[in-house]
Design a protein around this ligand. Structure first.
Ligand code: GLP
Length: 248
């Protein structure tokens, strides 16, 4: 890699980042390859340790690199591309990619809706609901933290056969004959708090994508309200846009 342009108005850390990104893009650096350490970058480019660290930290939080304590910094596998348009389940999404989906149940209980959930589901604040908090994994790697809420009246005895360790959508369909066919979903950026960072195995403050979804069945009943926190360093959401006649 060439020397950095010290007289150009582009921060040095940013120039290092651009070099590393270029090497990843043109295949010189492949997923799993070790990249230069802070110290090596310092020698190679004649920058301070802090500058080298900034380049690596930023690339790590953007999902291009990952660090292994005591071993070094490595090139990450590319982010998963997730289309926003389809009403699919995590299990279906992962299987389609050839990855093994899993759910680690953090908590599962029958409780009362409370204000926010009641409003989302259109039920009373004291209505009984099931609340499931699950960590979703793909090939053993934490991908998303999900909290699902379903009115108990639709799924009586949901937890009688144990917590929902596999596909919730499959349970809804097979045990309760509930097919979700439509949903409203919002997407916004948040920063991982200490708890979320710990379970998702990211650094505190890492960008996460918060998806909130209310799914309905054919009779237009609100069946589930879910808050899903997807790792911003592992996911890239895509969507197709169609220009409407009346905007032309
Ligand atoms: C995705 C959605 C959630 C949905 C879940 C169901 O992760 N973001 O809103 O509840 O899929 O997945 P599964 O059927 O695998 O439990």
């Amino acid at each position: 890699m060439n020397n950095l342009g010290k007289d150009v108005p582009i921060p040095l850390y940013y120039q290092i980042k651009a070099r590393l990104l270029e090497a990843i893009e043109n295949g010189q650096l492949k997923p799993g390859d070790r990249v230069m350490s802070e110290r090596e970058l310092t020698t190679q480019f004649g920058v301070s340790r802090m500058t080298a660290r900034q380049a690596l930290t930023e690339m790590e939080s953007q999902g291009f690199l990952f660090r292994v304590q005591g071993k070094g910094t490595f090139v990450a596998t590319p982010k998963l591309e997730q289309p926003l348009a389809g009403l699919t389940s995590f299990t279906e999404d992962m299987r389609r990619r050839g990855l093994e989906p899993a759910a680690r149940v953090i908590s599962a209980e029958e409780t009362v809706a409370g204000r926010k959930v009641a409003r989302a589901l259109g039920v009373g604040e004291t209505a009984s609901i099931y609340r499931l908090e699950r960590l979703r994994l793909a090939g053993g790697e934490p991908m998303a933290l999900e909290v699902s809420h379903i009115p108990s009246s639709f799924v009586p005895g949901l937890l009688d056969r144990g917590p929902v360790e596999h596909s919730l959508y499959r349970v809804l369909d097979e045990r309760y004959g509930l097919q979700l066919i439509r949903a409203n979903q919002s997407l916004e950026a948040v920063a991982a708090n200490p708890y979320e960072a710990e379970v998702l195995k990211v650094r505190e403050g890492t960008p996460l994508l918060l998806l909130e979804r209310v799914s309905r069945d054919a009779q237009d009943r609100n069946i589930e309200f879910v808050r899903s926190l997807y790792r911003g360093d592992r996911y890239r959401f895509t969507t197709e846009l169609i220009r409407r006649e009346d905007t032309l």
